[in-house]
Design a protein around this ligand. Structure first.
Ligand code: FES
Length: 95
């Protein structure tokens, strides 16, 4: 798997208020080889937080809860299938 992959978990005000510190902790306690997990500044999606962004895929997840993290880790980071129910609808609009 591409070793440059990264998970950004917003730790700015609005996302923090919705539990993003717990989301970050959940990712950090589920490490995946070759994928780094980092706290980030505001990602500009404050009303849809906690915001999680996977790079370089440019997959955006919204309203992520700590209990959602295992699905993102297992299904997306390990198996390459994004978790559709958590995708940010504006970033991943289907036309
Ligand atoms: S506070 Fe998290 S996206 Fe803005």
């Amino acid at each position: 798997m591409d070793s440059s992959r990264e998970v950004l978990v917003c730790q700015h005000v609005n996302c923090l208020g919705n539990g993003s510190a717990e989301v970050l902790k959940a990712f950090q306690s589920n490490p995946v080889p070759g994928i780094t997990v980092n706290a980030s500044e505001c990602q500009g999606q404050c009303n849809m937080g906690p915001t999680v962004r996977v790079l370089p895929d440019e997959t955006w997840y919204c309203r992520v809860k700590s209990e959602d993290v295992s699905a993102i880790v297992e299904q997306h980071l390990k198996q390459g299938r994004p978790v559709e129910r958590l995708l940010h609808p504006r970033m991943h609009a289907k036309f």
